[in-house]
Design a protein around this ligand. Sequence first.
Ligand code: SF4
Length: 115
Amino acid sequence: MAIEEHGAMGVEERISFCRICSGGCGVRLTVDENEKILSVRGDPDSPLTAGYACFKGLQAAESHQGPGRLLHTLKRQADGSYARMDSGTGRRRWRRSAAMAVSSISLLISCTAAS
Ligand code: SF4
């Protein structure tokens, strides 16, 4: 990811690409000193997309920092609420969550097949 200095203190422009779909549109991200995305625009120097980025790609800052973004694995509780799964870290936590989901789905399939 290339970096260009921006006018404001600690604000930089990063050359990257959108990962939302397989289009891989070239984008320029303006980020602050905490790596927070401030804005997104199509990269006019991208050889593939020449400045184009669709609405979804241009909304990356909002989706990246949105309150509904899932940052941790959650497990549904008996009362319908969700609780954060804190055992393990990083990939181990995601693997454990996937294993629990597989276990639950397998149990559901076996119960359905039995009836
Ligand atoms: S900007 Fe839009 S079309 Fe391009 S990669 Fe992102 S989501 Fe896909």
